[in-house]
Design a protein. Structure first.
Lengths: 242, 332
């Protein structure tokens, strides 16, 4: 495998004094799609927040593109090419689709914004159609597309994506994953958190299973899909039986 | 994007400018001009506070103190040290901006009620300083004999000229604020208000942005305060009390978040309310006294009614009236 774009080692983080993730290590190579799976509360979203600088890790290191970026504020990481699509999308509801996208390009030069906007409109034509509409009036699927589009506006090399399928119809989820496949083909690296593990693994190169704040298992996507233990781990957690 | 709304906005702006500019030609009533000058001064402060509260979503209960800081600085420099007016006003504006910066750095890490309390505390501290720093402020007696605005040998000393000066600054403040809101930093401010986490994830330095907006907002308050000092010639601590801060917040709340037009209209209305007794010719003495006694309560009541019945303020009301043009969508 080529040199990793993102390398996380021994990362610990949490909220206040409550530790949520413990000693997490993982890596994402350039152009690779890695999925984090695990039950609610396993620490997946916290891990994404700690990597993207939204919360400060208490221990461990985050290396992005060869630089130690542990605890770096998100605005610097966005500039360096790491973008997060947060859980719950966090769109700017009263602002137009266009303005939401422009905000995604906040760290870009005007030419950069123009280029990125064209790319996002090609990926999600519906965002071009609804350009002047308030983000809050979009359907759930369109909002998710806007959230992804907004993150792409910073022209990232690594996209952290938290629960893109949340609350969406199967057809819409398929549309979004089709776009993710396209981005993957273009060489964008993606670290994905997803409840629907089977679906996510089918679109990934590798997967990590998180349980109780640490990585319980990892492997290639096909290994994980065919592994009976995996089903037990996440199905077990789903139904509250170990 | 919506081409209708900006055109309406431009027509409104042009119409308001013509009306405001024609006032000195229609009347030479010194008292009326003075009242309308106060309206312009409050409008300058409100332009800044609307940016801070209405767009960036950060409250300040201390803008009267920044107003006072600008007023005392400029007044002191011109009276005690004969500093040229323009320089003194610039110093007052700059000091208010610095004060805003220093207050914002620690307190903008606070949110909501805590930020309100911190800025409220700042206003109280400044009120005490305005009284206690007698050497500079003249204590409770205040500072008098503050010279009229002047540039070189050109003195702006007639009520009409001062009126024009203040409203020219107010127009600049609103044009500047309107431009700021529509460009990159303004967009980031509105984003911050919408979803701080979303703004962070988009690469907006939220703390830095809040501090900058706070400083700009404090600077406008300081500028208005300095102009005030030179238009009235006398200042004392009671003019920069918490009560004035609350009135300013009321103007922005009643005017509506995410708008400049709404707060402007509210600033005009709520300032005029203070002088209703003088503005309505046939008003009996008793009625005038009654209104004067209850003026603060009326402002408060208007604010409460706004928050309960029209949470989006005048701005939401205006938007609803011209629905179809609503390129900014609903207040979510």
């Amino acid at each position: 495998m080529s040199e990793s774009l993102l390398k996380v080692e021994g990362l610990c983080a949490g909220y206040g004094r409550v530790p949520v993730i413990r000693d997490v290590s993982l890596s994402v190579a350039a152009g690779e799609v890695v999925t984090l799976i695990g039950a609610n509360g396993a620490g997946k979203s916290t891990l994404l927040k700690a990597i993207s600088g939204l919360i400060k890790p208490t221990a461990g290191t985050v290396i992005f593109d060869g630089l130690d970026v542990t605890g770096t504020p998100p605005e610097r990481l966005v500039r360096q090419g790491l973008a997060l699509v947060p859980e719950g999308r966090m769109l700017f509801g009263p602002m137009s689709v266009h303005e939401n996208l422009l905000l995604g390009g906040h760290t870009q030069t005007p030419e950069g914004v123009r280029g990125a906007l064209e790319r996002v409109h090609t990926l999600f034509p519906v965002l071009a159609e609804r350009s002047s509409q308030a983000a809050a009036t979009l359907s759930g699927g369109e909002q998710q597309m806007l959230a992804v589009g907004r993150a792409l506006m910073s022209s990232p090399r690594l996209l952290l994506l938290d629960e893109p399928s949340l609350g969406l119809a199967p057809k819409v989820i398929a549309d979004i994953f089709a776009v993710l496949d396209g981005l993957r083909a273009e060489g964008l690296a993606i670290l994905l958190v997803e409840q629907d593990a089977r679906l996510a693994l089918r679109h990934s190169d590798r997967g990590l299973v998180m349980r109780a704040g640490h990585v319980a298992l990892e492997g290639t996507a096909s290994e994980l899909i065919s592994n009976d233990d995996i089903r037990l781990i996440y199905l077990g957690a789903w139904h509250g039986e170990e | 994007m919506g081409t209708v709304a900006p055109r309406i906005r431009f027509v409104l702006f042009a119409a308001a400018s013509v009306v405001i500019a024609s006032v000195p030609f229609l009347t030479d009533d010194r008292y009326l001009l003075k009242i309308l000058t106060f309206v312009g001064l409050n409008a300058i402060v409100v332009a800044g506070l609307a940016l801070l509260l209405g767009f960036a979503g950060q409250i300040s209960m201390g803008h009267a103190a920044f107003f006072g800081l600008g007023a005392y600085t400029s007044a002191y420099l011109t009276t005690a040290h004969e500093v040229p007016w323009l320089l003194a006003v610039a110093a007052g504006t700059l000091l208010a901006a610095t004060g805003g910066l220093l207050l914002a750095l620690p307190s903008l890490r606070l949110k909501g009620h805590y930020l309100a309390m911190a800025t409220l505390g700042f206003n109280e501290i400044m009120s005490v300083l305005f009284v206690e720093m007698r050497g500079i402020t003249g204590g409770n007696d205040g500072l008098s004999g503050i010279p009229f605005p002047s540039i070189g040998s050109f003195v702006i000393d007639s009520p009409a000229a001062i009126y024009i000066l203040v409203w020219a600054v107010a127009a600049l403040a609103f044009v500047g604020a309107a431009n700021l809101v529509r460009t990159r930093p303004g967009r980031a401010m509105r984003a911050l208000h919408g979803s701080e986490l979303g703004a962070l994830a988009s690469g907006v330095n939220t703390v830095g942005l809040k501090v900058q907006v706070f400083a700009v907002s404090a600077a406008l308050a300081g500028l208005a305060g300095a102009l005030y000092a030179h238009s009235v010639g006398f200042i004392s601590p009671s003019q920069f009390s918490l009560e004035f801060s609350i009135l300013l917040v009321a103007m922005v709340v009643v005017g509506g978040t995410g708008s400049l037009t709404g707060p402007f209209i509210a600033a005009v209305a709520l300032t005029l309310l203070q002088y209703v007794h003088a503005l309505i010719p046939g008003l009996s003495k008793d009625a005038a006294a009654l209104i004067q006694d209850w003026e603060v309560d009326i402002s408060g009541l208007i604010m409460i009614l706004t928050v309960i019945f029209v949470p989006g303020g005048l701005a939401a009301f205006l938007k609803r009236r011209r629905s179809g043009a609503g390129e900014e969508g609903e207040i979510a």
